[in-house]
Design a protein around this ligand. Structure first.
Ligand SMILES: *Cc1c(COP(=O)(O)O)cnc(C)c1O
Length: 363
């Protein structure tokens, strides 16, 4: 029997999801977010597939340099900006777009001798994480507007609650942003705005702007809890697969796995799958979490172990080596995430290095 766990990445689905962004926001430029190893999907193959985006968004310099080293020529934006004056030099040499979210980054830029960069000023409209407060924005904006280090200027903000369609935080953030635009007298002919993440692209048509910044939706997960990815026209990109490594008969009343959390309601079988939390499957997945074996849906039986997990197959029999999908085309990653009290963002990022990656070509 082969040990067959793998993480399959469907680059055709990735391309489809990029087209879906274009369909939803035909006027906008797209900054495709590929930070954190492209949400665990593999930075270089993903970036290469998304090369036709208007820019690729990464968190910081190391990720951007990996892209350049691999020969990816798409414009790149550093969403957390630079962490030192030396990095600013590199960013300018490489032509990276930078975000400025802090006074110190502003001073580094204004004191630097660099060729002009595209600079995004991040304004904190209510997320209260990164960014200048609205009352401090005008001063920053005026300083940058006339700075020789600035090629093009943009205004960026990030939404805290766009995944909740009935949360009025989003409208409050949009109102604050509108006041900021007015105060700095943003010139729409030469200065740009960027607001929308995946949730806003899909759920908030009133969130406008020159650039959108999709991440999660590109990977085929829904950021909106009331809407499945499929219903939003997204295709799953990652499939986490394994195989049946044993079938264990259990008698009614016997329990399975650590802590004996699951007890057989009848004389039956459980299937053991060669994949566990050591591979990135969430240990917190509850008994409602589905697993597909040879295309049929079952549920977990008991606690997920490091190297394996057990599945309640009732009276069914399954073949040793039968193909198992933990999430992907049959089982939506968002359902698994819900069963584990987390989000697909985290599941994607946590698939560990011991699971071999396999890429299906985009076309
Ligand atoms: C990660 C990130 C995004 C993308 O968010 P998704 O919810 O994955 O679409 C957009 N903007 C910023 C600033 C980010 O850090």
């Amino acid at each position: 029997m082969m040990r067959t766990s793998e993480c399959v990445i469907d680059l055709g689905a990735l391309r489809h999801n990029l087209d879906r962004v274009r369909e939803l926001r035909p006027q906008a430029k797209i900054m495709a977010m590929v930070k954190a190893n492209a949400y665990g999907h593999g930075l270089i193959p993903v970036a290469t597939t998304l090369a036709s985006a208007d820019a690729l968004g990464v968190a910081f310099m190391e990720e951007a340099m990996q892209l350049r080293t691999a020969g990816v020529l798409t414009p790149i934006a550093l969403l957390e900006g630079v962490f030192s004056p030396a990095e600013l030099q590199v960013a300018a040499e490489q032509g990276f777009q930078i975000v400025i979210h802090h006074e110190q980054q502003l001073r580094w830029l204004l004191n630097a001798n660099v060729r002009p960069l595209k600079v995004w000023v991040k304004v904190n409209t209510g997320m209260n994480r990164l960014g200048f407060r609205p009352e401090d924005l005008l001063k920053v904006w005026v300083a940058l507007k006339h700075a020789r280090q600035v090629g093009q200027l943009g205004l960026m903000t990030h939404l805290a609650c766009a995944d909740e369609l009935r949360n009025n935080t989003t409208q409050a953030q949009l109102d604050t942003l509108a006041r900021c635009q007015e105060e700095v007298q943003l010139n729409p002919c030469v200065e740009e705005i960027s607001v929308a993440n995946s949730a806003a692209i899909l759920g908030w048509p009133q969130v406008q702007g020159d650039w959108v910044r999709p991440g999660l939706m590109l990977y085929g997960s829904s950021p909106l809890s009331e809407h499945s990815a499929a219903s939003l026209g997204l295709q799953p990109v990652m499939s986490l697969r394994a195989a049946v490594m044993a079938v264990q008969p259990v008698k009614a009343g016997e329990s399975v796995g650590y802590g004996g959390l699951w007890t057989a309601p009848q004389d039956q079988r459980v299937a053991l799958i060669n994949l566990g939390y050591g591979d990135g499957y969430p240990r917190t997945a509850d008994a409602s979490t589905k697993v597909a074996i040879a295309g049929r849906h079952y549920r977990l039986a008991g606690r997920v172990s490091m190297d394996m997990l057990a599945v309640d197959i009732g009276q069914d029999n399954v073949d040793l080596g039968a193909p198992v999908e933990l999430w992907g085309k049959h089982i939506a990653v968002d359902e698994v995430a819900a069963g584990a009290a987390t989000l697909a963002y985290e599941l994607f990022c946590k698939v560990t290095a011991r699971v071999p990656r396999r890429y299906l070509p985009g076309s």
